[in-house]
Design a protein. Structure first.
Length: 93
């Protein structure tokens, strides 16, 4: 199985999630606690950026490097559109 097929299977998996509880069960099973914390921080970073929180404040609050926050800003402005879609869908700007 090539990388493209592996990714496609993962996308199908996430598309099949029907509830917050199912998402929790899946993510807690397939991710390590460290991975789950990292992804949770990444999502919070994107939410804060979307709400106009200054990058240095986000960096300090979440304990992540300013370069990660800057990358998050680029994701919002130049990414594939997924971050913007879900930020808007879940109440962000």
């Amino acid at each position: 199985m090539n990388k493209s097929e592996l990714k496609k299977d993962l996308y199908k998996l996430f598309a099949s999630i029907r509830s917050e509880k199912e998402a929790q069960m899946l993510l807690e099973d397939i991710l390590t606690p460290s991975e789950l914390e990292s992804i949770s921080k990444r999502w919070k970073e994107l939410q804060d950026l979307s709400n106009g929180v200054p990058q240095r404040e986000i960096s300090k609050k979440l304990g992540i490097s300013i370069s990660k926050v800057t990358r998050g800003s680029r994701v919002i402005s130049e990414g594939a559109g997924g971050a913007k879609l879900f930020l808007k869908r879940l109440g962000g700007k």
